[in-house]
Design a protein around this ligand. Structure first.
Ligand SMILES: NC(=O)c1ccc[n+]([C@@H]2O[C@H](COP(=O)([O-])OP(=O)(O)OC[C@H]3O[C@@H](n4cnc5c(N)ncnc54)[C@H](O)[C@@H]3O)[C@@H](O)[C@H]2O)c1
Length: 264
């Protein structure tokens, strides 16, 4: 018996990285999973792994910046699974690694379009269904970068602070409809996103340099009280709790999974 038996979850950006870790943990707890991603190859590969856990897994192509793409993906997901009980807004991108006054408008807008507006667009496409079926759960993947401004990541940090704020607004509005809305703030995880950051921080994007993980390891050593990196599964385990009935009276919260990097 899993804590999510009989539930169906839609995970945006579930094809790789943290989204994949979340999808795996939800499936382990008994949920069927819809992987909604812009990258279908990764999504299909992740689906094959998840089906080995005995769950029903569907892949839908979704670009969270496009309303029509989101609407058609949600409708096709609902055609396959009779209901969706859980939405995890995980898909996100990194912005430029430059000083705040050098951020290009294009980078700023893209960060907000994916990391903040995307949460609202996908949530808006699903909350009507949650109301019809008597409730639901939403978890938004923000970041510890949204807890404070961070050097050379003004666009990313601001978009993630916005993700925490929209979590609180949605929690207020949807509470009366039995919908819990929470945010999770991951710390440092070695995914494709951090590989990109490693190259940016060290100004050397060669595979040889990136694979040494010098900046990443330094950050963990200097900043994480537990002195260890976080994993997609760590995030997935918290998400599984937050979308289960065990957390039925928790809403509007943002919880860090960061090895003790920031203590609220
Ligand atoms: N890696 C970290 O250290 C870290 C730390 C804090 C927060 N986060 C956040 O966690 C989330 C996942 O990050 P990750 O490290 O797994 O990144 P990743 O780049 O490995 O994966 C992102 C996923 O989102 C998908 N995606 C991107 N744009 C999309 C769009 N427009 N529509 C649909 N899908 C889209 C990608 O195809 C990919 O599958 C992001 O929101 C990120 O900001 C990551």
């Amino acid at each position: 018996m899993g804590i999510l038996d009989g539930k169906t979850a839609l995970v945006t950006g579930g094809g790789r990285g943290i989204g994949k870790g979340i999808a795996v943990e939800l499936a382990k707890e008994g949920a069927d999973v819809i992987i909604a991603d812009i990258d279908l190859d990764n999504a299909e590969n992740t689906a094959i792994e998840l089906r080995e856990l005995g769950r029903k897994v569907t892949v839908v192509e979704m670009d969270i910046t496009q309303e029509a793409s989101v609407a058609s993906a949600v409708s096709s997901a609902l055609g396959e699974h009779n209901q969706i009980n859980i939405l995890v807004n995980n898909a996100g991108i990194m912005g430029d690694h430059v000083l705040g006054d050098e951020v290009q408008l294009k980078s700023w807008d893209k960060c907000f379009e994916v990391n903040l507006r995307g949460i609202w667009v996908v949530s808006r496409a699903i909350v009507g269904h949650f109301k019809e079926i008597g409730g639901g759960k939403i978890v938004n993947i923000a970041s510890v970068a949204g807890r404070h401004g961070s050097g050379k990541h003004a666009d990313y940090s601001a978009s993630k602070a916005g993700a925490i704020s929209v979590t609180q607004s949605l929690a207020n509005e949807l509470g009366p409809f039995n919908v819990n809305v929470n945010a999770v703030c991951p710390g440092v995880l070695w995914t494709a996103m951090w590989r990109q950051l490693e190259g940016m921080y060290s100004r050397d994007a060669s595979e040889e340099n990136v694979n040494q993980r010098k900046i990443f390891e330094g950050l963990i050593k200097d900043r994480c009280a537990l002195n260890r990196e976080q994993t997609p599964e760590d995030v997935g385990m918290l998400v599984a709790f937050l979308v289960s009935e065990r957390s039925r009276n928790i809403t509007g919260q943002a919880i860090n999974v960061d090895g003790g990097m920031f203590m609220n």
